[in-house]
Design a protein around this ligand. Structure first.
Ligand code: MN
Length: 247
């Protein structure tokens, strides 16, 4: 090979590698979900799911979990980080922020702060080994308040079905130490005591009833999604939250 041919073949190799690399990369990426391309920079970060995106199948499908966590939750984190910049909330925990926020604050703080808190909680209340019924103190408290576990399930489900538009259903512990059911609109939650004056307490169990949580698999059948949710509830985690809130 003379010098000229050597250079030519070198350039061809270089060109081939330049073209091949992005294609190879793209085909590898097809097998892996990519979170929203906007990455969180700021005090808040997207927590990883405590299980694989397909671990909640068949009740919550893989694609819904990928989009719900990787895109929706990630967008709340990204937009929250933008919204807190230069405010007193930037140095607070998310729980402290929820308790401090008022209707006079920028609505982006309320929506994205609530979105981040609610989803971070929600993922941990679900488990591939979930379902069944609670035991111990929580079971006793549910029976005492609602009459039976089945009656509790019915009443909690009704909060979710009855929420018009987007929002959340809640089981919370009131400041009087009582279990209370409720629902909130959008990304509001019971920690926002200065905003939701009638729905205040420590969240024990939460259910996302936004269409993005179920539409791919259940379309308009929110009640079917809620039925499936009961197969995933992580009662161990719910009981821990109850015990901690009870003090
Ligand atoms: Mn959601």
């Amino acid at each position: 090979m003379n010098k000229r041919n050597f250079l030519k073949s070198g350039i061809l190799l270089l060109a081939a590698s330049l073209f091949r690399t992005p294609q190879a990369q793209a085909s590898e990426d097809l097998d892996q979900w990519e979170p929203d391309d906007q990455q969180a920079t700021g005090p808040f970060t997207l927590p990883p799911l405590p299980y694989a995106t397909d671990a909640l199948e068949p009740h919550f499908d893989k694609m819904t979990m990928e989009i719900h966590h990787g895109r929706h939750h990630n967008a709340y984190v990204t937009n929250l980080n933008k919204a807190v910049t230069g405010t007193a909330f930037a140095s607070m925990s998310i729980e402290a922020m929820m308790a401090a926020i008022t209707t006079k604050d920028n609505v982006a703080l309320r929506n994205n702060g609530g979105g981040h808190y609610n989803h971070s909680l929600f993922w941990n209340l679900l488990s591939p080994k979930g379902g069944g019924q609670p035991s111990g103190d929580l079971a006793k408290a549910i029976d005492a308040k609602f009459g039976s576990f089945d009656k509790f399930k019915e009443a909690f489900s009704a909060e979710g079905v009855g929420r018009f538009g987007s929002g959340w259903a809640w089981l919370m512990l009131s400041s009087k130490g009582e279990l209370v059911l409720g629902s909130t609109a959008n990304q509001d939650n019971p920690l926002m005591a200065k905003i939701n004056k009638k729905q205040v307490g420590t969240p024990i169990l939460a259910l996302d009833v936004w269409e993005h949580a179920y539409y791919l698999k259940y379309q308009n059948k929110r009640a079917d999604y809620i039925k499936a949710f009961w197969n995933l509830v992580n009662w161990e985690e719910v009981s821990k939250r109850y015990a901690a809130a009870k003090g």
